[in-house]
Ligand binder design. Structure first.
Ligand SMILES: *[C@@H]1O[C@H](CO)[C@@H](O)[C@H](O)[C@H]1NC(C)=O
Ligand SMILES: *[C@@H]1O[C@H](CO)[C@@H](O)[C@H](O)[C@H]1NC(C)=O
Ligand SMILES: *[C@@H]1O[C@H](CO)[C@@H](O)[C@H](O)[C@H]1NC(C)=O
Ligand SMILES: *[C@@H]1O[C@H](CO)[C@@H](O)[C@H](O)[C@H]1NC(C)=O
Length: 405
């Protein structure tokens, strides 16, 4: 009883004081204290009544509501489903519930710092305590919608459980997707991305971090809204999962748009001889993905010194990977793109560009490359940049040519 009295009165007198002073500042002090005394004792009687005779009057009910409840109640995050007399936990609780929640929705309310920290956690026990198939995380970095979504829908069809999708688009972009879409509920908390600026790397790290939250994801593929697959799902899945190497393109270019973008201010962390260039569209494994989201050494240096006309998205990962993780890098990307016409952006392909011959050339273009120690003529699994106008022809040719199931 005593503790309640002591807690209740100072708070009430303060608010009373404020009230009186604001309404009649010239009020006599003696008059004020007599009012205060009367009010305080009235309140005490009220509280006493409320505690002794619960639910006896409307007054006691009001006070009851304001006091913290002392009766034991179940934790709010766990609710119990008691249909059929069986009690089952329905909210996130066990590991399986956690995974089911990951499948349902990619959105969460962690801030960036919390997200990166959680994504950097690595289990020490390697054996996973239940059966699951490794997944490939397809991470779409877009402005608005995934332009070639209908083609991707066909690509993913029949392969549920072998992939996870994550979409990072402009935070103001809003679209309503049918629940049947593979992209439904796959948007992650996003921020604005400016072409050629560091916000691009931040978005890539954000995508990686979100995909890392689901430990079933073992390979991570970065795609744009204008990317298409060049093979069917099973071929791409096997190519990625069986690869002993990562695919982060990295090369040393003596040109103005290569070494020319390096600044000696990055020394001693990055020397000119270590500076690399490459495409931002990578395909990597989990270990490298964890290393990228947890990099707190190179990222700040790039943030400080690699600003336009130095484009971080073309240098940060190629340089970081070539310095620290080069042993397991193939130094090539699996995403085909056409730079032959020059300029700041690669060629775009419209409807009339898409022919069976063209797609065949992209799949097995005469070029050869190394894959797990042997030579292959399948050097690319993805291609860009295709406009929405190319979609009708892609949908017509691709499923048959690429053996979609
Ligand atoms: C409770 O369980 C029943 C049967 O197991 C199920 O149909 C129902 O959807 C569940 N309710 C909730 C809220 O999960
Ligand atoms: C998206 O649109 C829906 C319905 O049109 C609206 O309820 C929702 O608030 C919008 N969200 C954003 C982020 O603008
Ligand atoms: C990739 O490049 C690094 C140097 O940056 C080199 O040491 C390594 O041998 C290259 N790997 C392959 C597979 O060519
Ligand atoms: C995928 O394509 C390959 C040829 O590239 C084919 O042999 C295989 O049967 C296809 N897989 C499915 C599931 O259709």
């Amino acid at each position: 009883m005593k503790t309640h009295q002591q807690e209740a009165s100072p708070a009430s007198s303060v608010s009373y004081l404020k009230l009186r002073l604001s309404f009649s500042p010239q009020l006599h002090l003696v008059n004020f204290f007599s009012h205060l005394l009367l009010f305080g004792s009235g309140l005490l009687i009220g509280i006493t009544l409320a505690l002794c005779l619960p639910y006896s009057s409307p007054l006691s009910f009001q006070i009851q509501q304001q006091l913290p409840s002392t009766s034991p109640s179940p934790p709010r995050s766990v609710s119990v489903n008691q249909t059929n007399g069986m009690a089952t936990l329905v909210n996130r609780h066990g590991l399986r519930d956690l995974l089911r929640a990951d499948d349902q929705k990619a959105m969460h309310d962690m801030n960036e710092q919390e997200l990166l920290w959680r994504a950097s956690l690595v289990p020490k026990i390697k054996e996973v305590p239940f059966k699951h198939k490794p997944r490939v995380a397809f991470m779409f970095l877009t402005k608005g919608p995934v332009l070639l979504a209908p083609l991707w829908e066909r690509f993913f069809k029949g392969n549920k459980g072998l992939y996870s999708i994550y979409v990072h688009s402009h935070p103001c972009f809003n679209e309503t997707l049918p629940q049947s879409s593979v992209f439904y509920g796959r948007r992650i908390p996003s921020k604005e991305v400016k072409w050629g600026e560091l916000s691009m790397i931040e978005a890539e790290r954000r995508l990686l971090a979100n995909a890392l939250l689901d430990f079933r994801n073992q390979r991570f593929v970065l795609l744009s809204e204008s990317c298409i697959p060049l093979f069917n799902f099973s071929t791409i899945y096997n190519y990625l999962l069986k690869s002993t190497k990562n695919f982060v393109e990295a090369y040393d270019s003596p040109s103005a748009v290569g070494r020319g973008r390096y600044t000696p201010r990055m020394r001693p962390l990055v020397k000119l001889s270590q500076w690399r260039k490459g495409s931002q569209w990578f395909q990597i494994d989990r270990a490298l993905a964890v290393s990228i989201v947890s990099d707190r050494q190179y990222f700040p240096v790039f943030k400080k010194y690699c600003r336009p006309p130095c484009y971080s998205d073309e240098h940060y990962l190629p340089t970081l990977v070539s310095i620290k993780f080069w042993r397991r890098n193939s130094n090539r990307t699996l995403t085909w793109v056409d730079w032959s016409k020059g300029g700041a952006h690669p060629s775009k392909f419209i409807r009339t560009d898409v022919t069976v011959e063209f797609l065949k050339r992209l799949r097995h273009g005469g070029r050869t490359c190394e894959y797990n120690g042997h030579t292959t003529n399948a050097c690319h699994l993805f291609a860009r940049k295709f406009t929405p106008h190319a979609l009708s022809r892609l949908l017509r040719f691709a499923p048959k040519l690429m053996h979609f199931n």
